[in-house]
Write a protein of this length. Structure first.
Length: 94
């Protein structure tokens, strides 16, 4: 019944996509899990910092400066994998 991850990878992916769509890009912009977030066309540097803050706070990661790598934020799919790795082995919050 319980899982060691706070949410399934699919739920994590959906939450990240929803945040980006609702808070970081124009209304008419559609974004998918493979779209390059760091190309400068979707997110500017401030938006990337807001995304990192959202991920850190909403998934209780405790992100370290060494985690803030292009490889972890390139697109939603790899960001989801990062969140899953960072939360593995933890009990669900609340």
């Amino acid at each position: 019944m319980s899982t060691t991850n706070p949410a399934s990878p699919e739920t994590i992916r959906r939450r990240i996509l929803a945040f980006i769509s609702d808070e970081l890009v124009a209304e008419d912009v559609e974004i998918g899990p493979e779209d390059d977030l760091l190309s400068g066309e979707l997110l500017d540097s401030v938006a990337v910092l807001r995304l990192a803050t959202f991920v850190d706070e909403n998934f209780a990661i405790g992100m370290k400066p060494t985690d803030f790598l292009v490889e972890n934020f390139q697109n939603v799919r790899v960001l989801t994998r990062y969140v899953v790795r960072a939360t593995e082995g933890r009990s669900p919050a609340g």
